[in-house]
Ligand binder design. Structure first.
Ligand SMILES: Cc1cc2nc3c(=O)[nH]c(=O)nc-3n(C[C@H](O)[C@H](O)[C@H](O)COP(=O)(O)OP(=O)(O)OC[C@H]3O[C@@H](n4cnc5c(N)ncnc54)[C@H](O)[C@@H]3O)c2cc1C
Ligand code: FES
Length: 505
């Protein structure tokens, strides 16, 4: 499968092609219109069709072309913001409900796989959470107790099964899972079509109007009129401020390294370093691929993203001496909610018939799955005990310091409006790269393509006018404020921005 939200290729893209669908060419109507055909949109469609709704899904790329194709596919109820933090911020009952929903997410995935005989290498296995005792005194016990209270099955293991990751006690979580994301999503897409759902790709929505009958509209003014609209675009494109001030976009990096077959105990591994690492193994016929992720940083806030891969390679070779050559290198984006919980439910800015599911954190697979259960209930008027927990309108006072810190970080990004440019003339920009240049009193985002041709845009993000940054790894323009991203040639990749960068003659 060709990469869509950047130029790097994940192991899933390199090993599987998703089915193709055609674009929407005329106005249509349905019960539920879902915008975004990643894991969130496809899983919601699956359950809504099961409930008897007529569903249309649209995506501006192919199915699964967004962050879903860039995942590492650990399927886990081990929240990366930690249960003891959730308990502190939201209370014991909320932590219990969060644990319950995470576990239900894993179970739903397994159920969908079994119901539809989806061959996607789904495997149940243990996960190990490793805290360096000297740097994290007491945290292991604190998290263990919080997990127990929340109803998560957990043991204290004497050490991780792979001893080079630590020779001290760690937390062991049985019954976690992994799969091949694109094989799974292709299976759901087939089930959606078999149940009468309609999927349209290459169809960019650039206007959403809430109302008794909500309307999603494309650039060419083609409309989808629906009783309800679900925004499953990862970062909601229906919302201007309400949600984007409560979550932050982070880039995260992954390498896939060839290792001899069965040379590492098959499990999921996570550490608590800052930034943390996440490790799993993809089993192949002759050998295995060790998948190591980490090195997260705020989107658009690192000038030289390539060193992130070097750090990962160094970290990996120090701990996995059997590592052979690096087969894959890719990066992607996750959205970190300010209070550790995702946002699922009515869009605060379009509260009649528009729903959102966002704030995936590094847990987007389970998040997408319990989001589908919750959205199916909300749209069908059924009560759901997780509704309040994930309500997008919520304000978590105990997380106010985090909220203020993130707000300050966003405000500081506007300093780029007056930062001097790196190059004085366009011809100084290396071939195949982009740079921010002065353009009168304004800033221009200038891309010099592989043939030397110049593509020039206003550097102001169409969302709230931050100056975009060139991402060397993915050859994209990334916005440091709320994570909107654009192709080198200006086309919007993901929200909150809905429009492309504005070309300059
Ligand atoms: C490197 C990396 C590793 C990860 N590892 C894990 C992991 O191990 N476990 C885990 O649980 N989670 C993980 N995640 C998170 C998880 O993969 C994602 O949260 C999840 O796949 C997001 O799915 P989604 O459907 O919400 O979004 P996406 O897959 O991004 O889908 C959104 C879709 O919306 C479409 N779209 C956007 N705007 C528009 C528009 N205006 N009109 C039409 N279509 C539009 C896009 O084309 C896209 O296809 C990881 C993420 C990354 C990047
Ligand atoms: S994403 Fe908000 S200003 Fe760019």
């Amino acid at each position: 499968m060709k990469p869509e939200s950047g130029r790097t290729e994940s192991i899933w893209m390199g090993t599987f092609d998703v089915p193709k669908f055609s674009m929407l060419t005329g106005n249509t109507e349905c019960d539920v219109c879902i915008i975004g055909a990643g894991i969130t949109g496809l899983t919601a469609a699956y359950l809504l069709l099961r409930s008897g709704k007529k569903v249309v899904i649209v995506d501006d790329g192919n199915i699964a072309g967004g962050e879903s194709s860039r995942t590492t596919a650990h399927i886990t109820n081990v929240i990366d913001d930690r249960y003891y933090i959730l308990e502190r911020l939201h209370g014991e009952e909320a932590a219990r409900l969060a644990a319950e929903s995470q576990t239900a997410g894993i179970d739903l995935i397994e159920k969908i796989i079994n119901e539809n005989n989806i061959e996607c290498d789904f495997t149940r296995l243990n996960g190990y959470l490793i805290f360096k005792p000297d740097e994290n005194a007491g945290i292991l016990e604190t998290e263990y107790n919080a997990c127990m209270k929340a109803g998560i099955t957990v043991n204290i293991a004497a050490e991780p099964p792979y001893d080079k990751l630590g020779d001290y006690p760690c937390l062991e979580f049985p019954n976690q899972a992994e799969f091949h994301m694109l094989k799974y999503l292709s299976g759901i897409a087939k089930a959606v079509i078999d149940m009468g759902g309609r999927i349209y790709t290459q169809t960019h929505i650039n206007k959403i109007t809430d109302g008794k009958r909500a309307i999603a509209e494309t650039k060419d003014k083609i409309t989808i009129t629906a009783s309800d609209i679900v925004i499953a675009t990862n970062s909601p494109v229906s919302d201007y401020l309400a949600i984007h001030t409560k979550q932050s976009a982070y880039r995260t990096y992954v390498i896939g390294v060839r290792i001899p077959k069965d040379s590492i105990p098959h499990a999921l591994y996570w550490d608590n370093e800052d930034p943390y690492h996440y490790v799993r193994i993809y089993k192949q016929q002759k050998d295995d691929i060790l998948i190591v992720g980490g090195e997260d940083h705020k989107t658009g806030q690192d000038d030289d993203t390539e060193h992130r891969f070097n750090n990962l390679i160094k970290w990996t070779t120090e701990r996995f001496p059997m590592a052979e050559h690096v087969e894959y290198k890719w990066s992607g984006q996750v959205l970190e909610p300010f209070d550790g919980l995702s946002f699922i439910g009515k869009d605060p800015e379009n509260p009649e018939h528009v729903y959102i599911a966002t704030g995936d954190s590094g847990m987007g697979i389970t998040h997408a799955s319990y989001a589908a259960i919750l959205l199916d209930d909300l749209i069908n008027g059924r009560k759901n005990k997780w509704a309040e927990l994930y309500d997008p309108k919520r304000i978590t006072l105990k997380a106010a310091p985090e909220f203020i810190k993130e707000g300050f970080n966003t405000a500081v990004q506007y300093i780029d409006l007056i930062t001097p440019p790196e190059y004085g003339e366009e011809k100084e920009i290396p071939i195949g790269t982009g740079a921010i240049m002065s353009f009168g009193k304004d800033k221009a985002a200038v891309y010099r393509d592989n043939k030397g041709k110049i593509h020039k845009f206003s550097a102001l993000c169409p969302h709230l006018k931050c100056v975009v940054e060139w991402n060397k790894t993915e050859s994209t323009w990334d916005c440091p404020c709320h994570g909107s991203r654009f192709e080198a040639t200006g086309k919007v990749i993901n929200g909150p921005a809905l429009a492309d960068l504005k070309p300059i003659d």
